[in-house]
Design a protein around this ligand. Structure first.
Ligand code: GCO
Ligand code: MG
Length: 451
């Protein structure tokens, strides 16, 4: 834990919110706090804001804020395949606004960054705001000497049910992968398979994993995005047969999930939901492209298969119709892409009024910092559903030092003060940024299709 200075005092009306009040005077690059603000404690002004880019197993963008009295907070700003746009947004437009601000004013900083930009929402803006928000929560919790979930209301459960990603190019490979995940402790499993006639399908590793880890990583290190192929009719014919085989092999109890990755029209999604009803899915994810909220109304009319959506959403506005009309069952947003803990907490509280639960996004492109933020939120909220856990590789775990645990299918963020994640600069230097892109799809006739 970061040591606290001895002279922590209650702020008074005379304590201006500038570094001069108890902090290091005259630090280069600091700005006076806005009029009428008061520092929460001496030394809590932000002294430095560094945007760190590393590529251990894949690219990550991390924001590190340090206060005048040396408390460090981390935030994840990774936007898969578009990483450097957030680096620029932060470095060129946000870092200059943060220096000298009181690190404890999380709500005010969020509102300031969101509203003062005028140009609101969008993945780049909201990933940048999320990184600041999470780093500030990390600082506040460290100063309090508490794990972050305690500041969010304390634990509502003892562990966080996680689902893992099983996949295979055919049924034997898929069954092996499911068994392997069960051996690792997973009690809920996402199922993705190849489809006859399609060469490369989202969610299926080209090679079976020898390391025992799930090795599917959609972003590829290359100067251009890879082209994949797609055929929705072939997919719709194949997937129900896969779930029939999985249920026959593994029985009725195992919670199974599936990701449609935005590829169906509303009526196609309705049909798949109906066809899968008998296999009792925990959820069908992203069955249609997410920006058309009305599409889910049609899907909902036709099927009782639970629906999850939202990994590409950025704000509560994307959920307005879906939540109010109860068109979904799970919120899939990531802390990293939805404006941080402050904003995602509000979305989940809104969803709770409609019995909609959380299913926070947790693929490998959410860094361990973004994952830790998700785990603290998962532990604290009442309407927790499930947490995606795709397991980072060894190089990533070398750069990001973590305190979370995974035992018997349940995650826990640990009890270190703050988020419980550190950043090893020396390790990170070994892995410089490498251009990488997500793939895209073309249909047989050459038309670009949703990936
Ligand atoms: C999931 C997602 C991811 C995304 C990836 C894109 O459900 O975990 O669909 O695998 O494809 O996050 O960057
Ligand atoms: Mg998904």
């Amino acid at each position: 834990m970061t040591p606290l200075p001895d002279d922590v005092t209650t702020p008074t009306a005379e304590t201006p919110g500038t570094p001069d009040a108890g902090g290091t005077p005259g630090t280069a690059g600091t700005r006076a706090a806005p009029a009428g603000t008061r520092a929460a404690r001496p030394g809590s002004a932000i002294r430095s804001a560094e945007v760190l880019v590393s590529s251990p197993d894949r690219n990550f963008v991390t924001l590190r804020l340090t206060t005048e009295d040396g408390v460090v907070g981390l935030g994840d700003a990774t936007l898969n395949g578009r990483e450097l746009s957030v680096v620029s947004y932060l470095t060129d437009h946000v870092v200059p606004l943060l220096l000298g601000r009181d690190a404890h004013r999380i709500e005010d900083t969020w509102q300031f960054l969101y509203r003062s930009a005028y140009w609101r929402r969008g993945p780049v803006t909201m990933a940048a705001i999320a990184a600041v928000d999470v780093a500030l929560w990390d600082i506040k919790a460290k100063v309090a000497g508490l794990p972050l979930y305690q500041l969010l209301g304390g634990a509502s459960r003892t562990g966080i049910m996680a689902y893992g990603h099983a996949s295979g190019r055919d049924l034997p490979e898929l069954f092996d992968s499911i068994r392997h995940h069960q051996e690792q402790g997973f009690r809920s499993i996402r199922v993705q398979t190849s489809v006859p006639g399609i060469d490369a399908v989202y969610g299926v590793a080209a090679q079976p994993s020898s390391s025992g880890r799930y090795d599917y990583e959609p972003a590829q290190r290359a100067p251009l995005p890879a082209e994949e192929d797609w055929d929705t009719r072939a997919y719709l014919r194949h997937i129900p047969r896969v779930f029939e085989a999985v249920r026959n092999e593994f029985g009725p109890e195992l919670p199974l999930l599936h990701d449609g990755h935005h590829r169906m029209t509303p009526i196609q999604a309705a049909r798949l939901g109906k066809d899968l009803e008998q296999y009792d899915l925990f959820w069908l994810e992203d069955c249609t492209p997410a920006e058309n909220q009305d599409a889910l109304r049609l899907v909902r009319q036709h099927t009782t298969t639970p629906l999850a959506i939202g990994e590409v959403f950025n704000t509560v506005w994307d959920y307005q119709t879906l939540v109010r009309e109860q068109l979904i069952d799970y919120v899939r947003s990531a802390v990293t892409h939805t404006g941080g803990i402050t904003a995602l907490r509000r979305i989940l509280d809104f969803a709770a009024q409609y019995q909609i639960k959380s299913g926070i996004h947790g693929p490998t492109d959410i860094s361990p910092v973004g994952m830790a933020a998700a785990l603290h939120l998962d532990l604290a909220i009442h309407n927790f559903g499930i947490q995606e856990y795709m397991q980072h590789g060894p190089r990533t775990n070398e750069v990001f030092l973590q305190t979370f645990t995974f035992e018997d299918g349940y995650l826990h963020p640990g009890d270190a003060p703050g988020l419980g994640v550190g950043y090893d600069d020396e390790a990170a230097e070994k892995y410089p940024y490498q251009p990488a892109y997500l793939p895209f799809n073309r249909l047989k006739d050459g038309t670009v299709h949703d990936w």
